[in-house]
Design a protein around this ligand. Structure first.
Ligand code: LLP
Length: 429
């Protein structure tokens, strides 16, 4: 379900007219729907109601404090990958004991911070890291709860930059080595408690098959670790894909869970039907770490057309957002639907939609058939709620955009637009 639809020819988020919102807050502007985020969280949780499960939202997907607060209110835990993300979660009203701490390169300062706050578990990604966590915990007189991330060597069949579960990726511990590490850790490391097992094979998976392969391969390992080391959870990671193409086409409110355009993303029902029967007999708590699935289709980036330009070979619509605001097209050839905020019903043309940044990779669409865009027109880049703002940069000294959260007819500024002073804050002459 999503909450972006045309009403009287103007794109709305829930009950708010996005053209009015853009006039008030200017562009580029991120807009999120609270109803969509809640709906996605609740649907995932209810399809897994047959399992003893816990959803640890992957903070990296969208870490705005108001969104973390909203999800904490829904009962979410949090999957964090840095001290900064833990700080955000605590600031937003989340609790440390609901946090798992992932990532291949945790620093001493981050480990000390997480131990002091009392996180639920570190997900360690190597024996070296496990031993370091043990050492730091020992120095602080604490016991660190840990899980190891297993690399199941399963092909997630997604973009190579977001595939993480193959043996040539930097993530996790080789499947064949992992039991040896658990047993050495159990014998030799006094300052850790082996609490679980974790895996994550990649992001934006649009087929259920790789999940099934990975879960079937790793579940027997989890069972053995439960018997031998009394672990209490198995985290199956995140990765559930969303629809990026033809996102508004159905005109209905059913965007994420059904077929649309070329993409046939997995449905939650399929996902649950495939994995619950394998996981349930384990008798372990099952953790999930979804990011994109919760927030991806809950956000859009609004931008205004600055100029139309007829190049030697192409027509360009130059807009006021750039790759510094939304880098997915430049980095992953990610597709984001583009739709005019005011429907004209007129003709269409083939254009490149490009940003103002001095890079040829600064585009949102190439050779795309779109309704004719004129200077001053407002467009929405859809499905920008995940890995959008969080990946923004100040490249070309462009301030970060503002973010607004919609709830019904209420629009709340949840992050103000940066100004030039923000750009130089912290620098010295
Ligand atoms: N758990 C772990 C350990 C992860 O590394 C990730 C994502 C997640 C959970 C959440 O995955 P999700 O449910 O959102 O697929 N910037 C890229 C995506 C990077 C994903 C990194 N890890 C993009 O824009 O497509």
């Amino acid at each position: 379900m999503h909450s972006f639809h045309y009403r009287d020819g103007s794109l709305h988020c829930e009950d708010v007219d996005l053209s009015l919102l853009a006039s008030e807050h200017e562009t580029p502007l991120y807009v999120y729907s609270a109803a969509t985020i809640r709906d996605h969280f609740r649907r995932l949780s209810s399809t897994l109601s047959g399992l003893d499960h816990h959803i640890a939202y992957a903070v990296k997907a969208n870490s705005n404090l108001s969104i973390l607060k909203l999800l904490a209110g829904e009962g979410a835990g949090f999957d964090i990958v840095s001290g900064g993300e833990l700080f955000r979660v605590l600031h937003a009203g989340g609790t440390a004991d609901g946090c798992t701490f992932a990532g291949v390169g945790k620093t001493r300062a981050e480990i000390e911070y997480a131990l002091a706050e009392g996180i639920y578990c570190f997900n360690a990604e190597s024996e070296a890291e496990l031993r370091f966590i043990d050492r730091v915990a020992g120095e602080l007189g604490k016991v660190a709860p840990v899980a190891l991330r297993v690399n199941p060597n399963v092909d997630a069949r997604t973009h190579k930059y977001i595939s993480t579960g193959k043996s040539d990726n930097k993530f996790g511990v080789d499947f064949d080595d992992i039991e040896g590490i658990y047993s050495r850790a159990g014998k030799e490391l006094q300052n850790i408690k082996l609490r679980g097992l974790q895996m994550h094979i990649g992001s934006q998976l649009t087929s259920v098959q790789p999940f099934v392969e990975a879960v079937e391969k790793v579940t027997p390992l989890a069972a053995r670790l439960k018997d031998e080391h009394d672990i209490e959870f198995f985290s199956i990671g995140g990765g559930i894909g969303i629809i990026y193409e033809d996102a508004l086409a159905s005109g209905s409110n059913d965007w994420w869970d059904g077929k649309s355009g070329e993409e046939k993303p997995l449905s939650l029902e399929q996902y649950a039907a495939a994995i619950v029967p394998v996981l349930k007999p384990l008798g372990l708590k099952i953790l999930l770490e979804p990011g994109r699935m919760i927030v991806g289709n809950a956000g859009v980036l609004l931008s205004r057309v600055l100029y139309k330009k007829q190049g030697g070979a192409k027509v360009f619509a130059v807009v006021d957002a750039g790759m510094g605001d939304l880098i997915r097209p430049a980095l992953y050839q990610g597709h984001h639907d583009i739709t005019p905020v005011s429907q004209s019903g007129g003709k269409s043309e083939t254009v490149d939609v490009v940003g103002p940044i001095c890079e040829s990779g600064d585009f949102f669409a190439q050779d795309r058939e779109l309704p004719i865009l004129e200077e001053g027109d407002l467009i929405a880049l859809l499905s920008a709620g995940a890995y959008g703002f969080v990946m923004a940069s100040n490249y070309n000294s462009r301030p970060f955009p503002a973010e607004v959260l919609i709830e019904g007819s209420k629009a709340r500024l949840i992050r103000r637009r940066q100004d030039f002073n923000d750009l130089i804050a912290g620098e010295e002459l």
